[in-house]
Design a protein around this ligand. Structure first.
Ligand SMILES: [Zn+2]
Length: 347
């Protein structure tokens, strides 16, 4: 592991700030890593925990990646680092994601009230902290208000707006941004040995989120799902009014099925937005910047058949729908309006 940047790709100033905090002995008791899914929040939380607990003699070489603390933290078995995350539950309707419960936070609270078992600190990582139930969030607030000397809590979330302001205000917030696409491509090729063509496409599809790209590289289902969602979009362009309304109903129902369903609809809309943005780029002669590089031929031929003004206004409509959904409008209604406003081909 390279000690200079903890082996982390990107996020230079965050790593530097954390290194400085450890070196100066002023480690914040609560940190919040914020950024889109797959940007590297959990990886950074884990490496930070290693840096806090590493037992290598050379302080500048921490985390060494080799001592017992480092290896056990990587394996998730170190007693003084506890990861709290949502659990999958089997309900009547198959697998569903459960909120982070008050019991999980209480268990963490109990552990942080005790001295570390063998490390220097007790580190609690609350991944996707926005998934805490209200009771859990309020319980955590108490822990944050009365921090223990030896305890460090690391929260991760896609956006500060998804957490109680009272929680955010007690954390030192570190925003994590995606890598530039070219840099992401280089990392995928050099560090993860992904073939050039694939690395190029994944870097663009991921928008520079290495974690997402690596997951997609190792899991055919991610790209298959993308194909399916794009097919749905293209079929909708040819579909009748009734078929569009039916699709809106399917998506709307999905949206009402809890967090997983909401994520699915958001991801679908985000993907569709990349498609229309790509069309606009081609129409503006910036085709080399498109995201859906592997579908360039289709995009190029489609670009000739749609008015740029129609493409732009549908792109706006997707973004607006995304916002309406977050504000809890009737999802089916919002999606109906969107799908009925799909642009018409002109020739
Ligand atoms: Zn170590």
């Amino acid at each position: 592991m390279s000690a200079d940047r903890w082996g982390i790709e990107g996020h230079e100033w965050v790593v530097a700030a954390l290194q400085k905090a450890i070196a100066s002995g002023r480690v914040p008791h609560a940190l919040l890593f914020v950024g889109p899914p797959g940007v590297g929040k959990r990886t950074l939380a884990r490496v930070f925990a290693q840096a806090l607990q590493c037992t290598a003699n050379d302080v500048d070489g921490r985390p060494c990646g080799e001592c017992r603390a480092c290896t056990q933290i990587a394996a998730g078995t170190y007693p003084d680092v506890r990861l709290i995350e949502t659990e999958r539950a089997n309900s009547g309707q198959g697998q569903s994601r459960r909120d982070i419960s008050i019991d999980q936070i209480r268990a963490l609270q109990h552990q942080t009230s005790l001295k570390p078992y063998e490390g220097r600190w007790v580190v609690g990582i609350i991944a996707d902290a926005q998934e805490m139930s209200d009771a859990a969030a309020n319980c955590l607030l108490k822990t944050l208000e009365e921090p223990q000397e030896h305890a460090v809590l690391v929260l991760t979330a896609p956006d500060v707006g998804l957490l109680l302001p009272t929680i955010v205000s007690r954390c030192q917030v570190f925003p994590l941004r995606p890598l530039p696409v070219d840099a992401a491509e280089a990392v995928l090729r050099n560090r993860f040995a992904i073939a050039q063509d694939r690395a190029r496409i994944l870097a663009r599809l991921s928008g520079g989120r290495i974690g997402w790209a690596v997951r997609a590289a190792g899991d055919e289902a991610v790209l298959a799902q993308r194909r399916e969602r794009l097919e749905t979009l293209l079929q909708l362009l040819q579909a009748s009014r009734v078929q569009r309304l039916n699709q809106a109903a399917v998506l709307g129902e999905n949206y009402s099925k809890g967090q997983d369903g909401r994520d699915t609809v958001h991801e679908t809309l985000d993907l569709w937005a990349t498609w229309w943005r790509d069309l606009l780029l081609i129409q503006e002669n910036c085709g080399e910047q498109i995201v859906n590089l592997d579908r360039a031929a289709e995009l190029n031929s489609m670009a000739d058949h749609y008015r740029p003004a129609d493409v732009a206004s549908f792109l706006d409509a997707i973004i607006a729908t995304r916002r309406y959904l977050e504000r809890n409008v009737n999802p089916r209604l919002a999606l109906e309006v969107l799908l009925l406003s799909l642009p018409q081909a002109v020739v």
